[in-house]
Design a protein around this ligand. Structure first.
Ligand SMILES: [Zn+2]
Length: 246
């Protein structure tokens, strides 16, 4: 759990390696559920804490992020915010969002960034008041999402943009892929001491069953090869290497 102002984040493990993030505002009692790929898991995590799901925030349409939307909505009456461009791609859509839109989350305001690459409609929710970015499958700890719909140029620009957030910004990604990602980073940047140190820390964290997210933008700048790529060509080559890395 991470406390920032009166914000509490909870990582709810779901499916094989997803996290459904709960963002709870202790002052207003508001709870937002981010990318509920498993409705039952999300609802029980909310209920265990005596909270209610007031709002669903979706980053992109993939079923491991949206399969539980209709169930959570039916059980709680929560309204659903999601990329306008992906309206037809899942059940339960209410409010479409695009670049520059703002949405109230508890007492805070999220700015919507379009970050295409993993999917074409993928959005991130940026909450500057609490130094948070909900990044879905765009930026991972030491990695990035696969290019299912977008081009390397699009993903490169999306990552560069996230990398320009203040270094202390905490990025909440939707998968526990960190160990494999840091191993790849150590493979492609064997002389990077920050990567070597991160590998030791992540191996220890995973051996102890700990969640390795969120990650800070500063840490990503120092260790994430995809954020450190100099141009779209270099990024594309790295992404292709990672796709076949074991
Ligand atoms: Zn995805």
């Amino acid at each position: 759990m991470v406390m920032a102002s009166a914000a509490e984040f909870v990582a709810v493990p779901a499916l094989s390696d997803n996290y459904i993030w709960l963002l709870h505002d202790w002052d207003s009692g508001h709870t937002a559920v981010v990318d509920p790929g498993d409705g039952a898991a999300a609802l029980s995590a909310v209920a265990e804490r005596g909270w209610t799901a007031d709002q669903l925030l979706v980053t992109h349409w993939h079923p491991d992020h949206t399969a539980g939307v209709a169930q959570v909505k039916a059980a709680s009456g929560a309204e659903v915010w999601a990329p306008a461009a992906e309206r037809a791609k899942f059940v339960g859509f209410d409010h479409g969002l695009g670049e520059g839109d703002r949405v109230a989350v508890g007492r805070w305001t999220a700015e919507v960034w379009e970050v295409p690459g993993h999917t074409l409609g993928h959005i991130a929710y940026i909450l500057p008041e609490i130094g948070v970015a909900l990044v879905g499958d765009t930026l991972f700890a030491c990695g990035c999402g696969r290019l299912f719909e977008g081009t390397p140029e699009q993903m490169f620009r999306s990552l560069q943009r996230l990398g320009e957030l203040p270094g202390e910004t905490l990025a909440y990604a939707a998968h526990e892929y960190t160990l494999s990602n840091v191993r790849f980073a150590a493979h492609v940047e064997p002389a990077n001491a920050a990567v070597a140190e991160r590998l030791r820390a992540v191996e220890a964290a995973r051996a102890a069953g700990r969640v390795t997210l969120p990650t800070s933008i500063a840490e990503e700048r120092a260790t994430n090869p995809f954020l450190r790529a100099a141009n779209p060509d270099e990024f594309a080559a790295l992404r292709a290497r990672k796709d076949s890395f074991r």
